[in-house]
Write a protein that binds this ligand. Structure first.
Ligand SMILES: [Zn+2]
Length: 388
């Protein structure tokens, strides 16, 4: 039975706090603003956010105590919601008509490698043109200015799609200037973000992340926090990558470093039907927890779902990427029914336009695709059980 409803997924989504190229050609994309962003140092203060009230909208609060409010108002002051209800008294606030509109909380994107937004369309169907070979090929020529523009483009597209919080999981950080460029691009757009410092595909399997640079950011993060909108995390390689176990000296050091300084951790757990039980592998080593976000998790067992729930790890579902890369399809209803906190990934290196011509950061298209895929899985299960 399909227990995945739009409201359930939205609630989960909102509850979690994603060549043969000519060398130098990417620099053509780098405009003066990118260069300026790199040169100007720590981010400045946010502009004044003022006071306004949205009146007469259909307000979907996603709060069980408040429910939906037809003809409702939302009063916002200095970036915070101070009241939600009908006919609010807010004489000093600028009024904005919300008639014939729906107002709901900003969506949270939980798995986005924003630096490569600029590369949309670079990934092809042949193996040598697929996502991972392309990352390595393009990465050799990538510059901080390219990173700035990719991250900026992604953030603007997110805001245009109703996404107000992103998990920018960076994995092209060959030098400190790349991390600084991403953080400044995020801050410039005013989006709320987790910046996860991830491993680069240019790193050898035996090389740990540049933890000294993560430590530098952690120590100096007040420069990038942008009024509390941005925080730091770690994009961990995990124990299992590309079908084999990573060196323990590397993965353990990275994980213990992140947990030691108290920053959240994210890892990819992709897989195919016959993969080993990667979630269980991590759980037995103490590598799950409320501070750990798992991406993909397409082939988890019932025991692993229980483990994720018990350890309070969240799962970021990537329905479109999973289908495109060949990981399968996320067992969404099983995860949600099993009590696992699930959230959505909506952006990756994909051919454009993506589904039905929608922009890649289009949350509703991802949500519809997830729903359709879940119905296919359930139909297969029913048919496997016997004649219908
Ligand atoms: Zn990813």
């Amino acid at each position: 039975m399909n227990s995945l409803t739009r409201r359930r997924l939205l609630r989960h989504t909102a509850a979690v706090v994603t060549t043969g190229i000519v060398p130098g050609s990417l620099a053509l994309f780098a405009g003066p603003s990118a260069m300026k962003a790199q040169q100007r140092g720590p981010v400045g203060p946010l502009p004044a956010r003022g006071e306004f009230v949205i009146r007469g909208a259909y307000v979907m609060t996603m709060d069980p105590a408040l429910g939906d409010i037809a003809g409702g108002d939302i009063h916002v002051k200095d970036g915070s919601i101070v009241a939600v209800g009908k006919a609010l008294n807010a004489p000093a606030a600028t009024a904005i008509s919300g008639e014939r509109m729906i107002v709901l909380p900003g969506l949270v994107e939980t798995h986005w490698h924003m630096w490569n937004t600029l590369l949309r369309g670079f990934s092809g169907d042949r193996h040598e043109e697929s996502y991972f070979p392309m990352l390595v090929a393009v990465g050799k020529f990538w510059t901080p200015a390219d990173t700035d523009l990719g991250t900026r483009l992604g953030a603007v597209e997110a805001i245009d799609s109703g996404v107000t919080t992103v998990h920018n999981w960076s994995h092209m950080l060959p030098a400190p200037e790349f991390a600084d460029a991403e953080l400044m691009a995020l801050a410039d757009t005013g989006i709320r973000a987790r910046f996860s410092y991830g491993w680069s595909p240019l790193l050898a399997e035996t090389e740990a992340l540049p933890l000294a640079d993560v430590e530098r950011l952690h120590r100096d993060f007040a420069k990038f926090v942008n009024g509390g909108l941005i925080h730091l995390g770690l994009g961990w390689r995990g124990m299992w990558r590309f079908g084999k176990r990573s060196p323990e000296t590397v993965y353990r050091r990275e994980f213990e470093f992140a947990r030691g300084i108290g920053i959240p951790i994210a890892l990819h757990v992709p897989g195919v039907r016959n993969s080993p039980k990667v979630v269980e592998m991590h759980g037995k080593e103490g590598f799950l927890g409320k501070d750990v976000l798992i991406a993909h998790a397409t082939w988890v067992t019932a025991d692993e779902i229980r483990m994720l729930k018990d350890e309070e790890s969240s799962v970021s579902l990537s329905p479109v990427t999973d289908a495109r890369v060949g990981y399968g399809f996320p067992p969404t209803s099983e995860l949600i029914d099993g009590g696992v906190n699930c959230c959505l990934c909506c952006a990756k290196l994909e051919p454009v336009p993506s589904l039905a011509g929608a922009p890649v950061a289009d949350f509703p298209s991802r949500r519809q695709y997830l729903d359709a895929g879940q119905r296919v899985l359930e139909s297969e299960r029913i048919q496997d059980a016997g004649p219908v």
